[in-house]
Design a protein around this ligand. Sequence first.
Ligand code: NAP
Length: 484
Amino acid sequence: MVSRIIPVEPFDLVVFGGTGDLARRKILPALFRRFCSGQMPDGSKVVGAARSALSSEAYRATVSTALKEFAGELALDDAQVAEFCEHVDYVAVDARGEGGWSELAALLTPGSVRAFYFSVGPGVFSDLAKGLKRHGLVEDDTRIVVEKPFGHDLESAQALNSELAQYFDEGQIYRIDHYLGKETVQNLMAVRFGNMLFEPLWNAQYIDHIQITVAETVGVAGRGDYYEKSGAMRDMVQNHLMQLLCLIAMEPPAQFEPDAVRDEKLKVIRALDNVQPHHIVRGQYTAADGAAAYREDVDNARSKTESFVALKCQVNNWRWAGTPFYLRTGKRLSARDSEITVVFKDTPHSIFGPEAGRHRNELNIQLQPNEGITLNVTIKEPGPGGMRLVDVPLDMSFAEALGPSAEGTPDAYERLIMDVIRGNQTLFMRDDEVEAAWAWTDPIIRGWEARGDVPKPYDAFSDGPDDAELMMRRDARAWRGLDK
Ligand code: NAP
């Protein structure tokens, strides 16, 4: 397959928090891979910025080490790494201080596209926005990329939105959710809106229910301070799972354009019902199989923070009335598996009789670890012995269907960073979307707090608390097994 790369003009990208974990593991490797694909034209610059006093030379050495560790095979080519590092500089700037801004300004090219990636803690976001404006670094073609968490609740998200709005237009603010940069997530839109086959069936009349699962095997060790104040609801459901739900449930936008898509997503969030307490299960992992308990990981023997959430919700509109959406996410589960499953209804009548068993079409969209889409269809099992039915997958695994592309499937961060450079906000969350998502999440969290709700224990590396299974069983349904 011939890869079609849309060229970009030279740009400057400043990574605030350029020495941090996210920069080393994701942002710099993503930039390096785009560089290797020819998407960093001469004259482009990557500037790391943080408080630590470092020379550009020393920073290039850390970048090169990070690339060797996290950028895969491409980084085995020392010459290529060295060439990329020629684009890299470093400036010591405290987002809350006065020093370093003019040195930073001197490195940037006036008139070029300029992006500032806020890969710093959320407490620094508004100071950084203010600092950039106050020190004259914001031009017409300037964008900021804001990492999660975007607020802690509706009030803090509104406050952050209005602070950022003092210094930047909404069209300059890119609130990143890396789930939206995944190839399969975009393919979901291609499958839904590029085919005649699915959309006529994409409603409550033909779909029994939809499941969205984001399961992780990792615990929270190392991020305990942050996670303890956040929990799975704020860390995963309010952003990643809600965004996936929006893309699955939204009406066709008139064009594949930023505001057309975001308007439709917003309508979905606003149509969500208030989740009833008995439609939510919270869990917290306990020690098992050599893994410590959540409470040890966060060093709080009485923690009531959830590391697992499963919930049932409804999108109250014409298309979806009566079709439940089941969302589930957790840490220290039995597999790393992110997927969406659309379970279609039974045929209205089985001409094959009860002995043929129950067969349903399922569309499974795998986001992690392997990206791909599978449609289960029911066929006759080959051979004699009567009409025995069996479900077989029609597999749309990208690697097999399309062949390996010259550059492999780009990582979500690669795609999203290049969207920022191109000025395409389609895959970034708008201010009203983020606020609507918090407005839906807040009452759920407040209810837990008011009731002193304690999460149900579940063994590390299990499939979560039994109550999550029970919730499904009450509806005569079952979670799709995690892909191990
Ligand atoms: P981190 O490892 O703690 O790094 C923070 C970075 O910010 C460091 O480079 C630090 O360097 C710099 N910094 C801190 N205060 C600063 C200030 N006042 N002015 C300038 N630079 C400052 O954090 P991280 O894990 O990379 O996370 C960064 C952001 O991404 C956070 O908002 C986090 O929630 C988000 N995020 C991270 C991940 C992840 O996997 N790591 C995933 C999703 C979202 P100095 O101390 O030298 O200033």
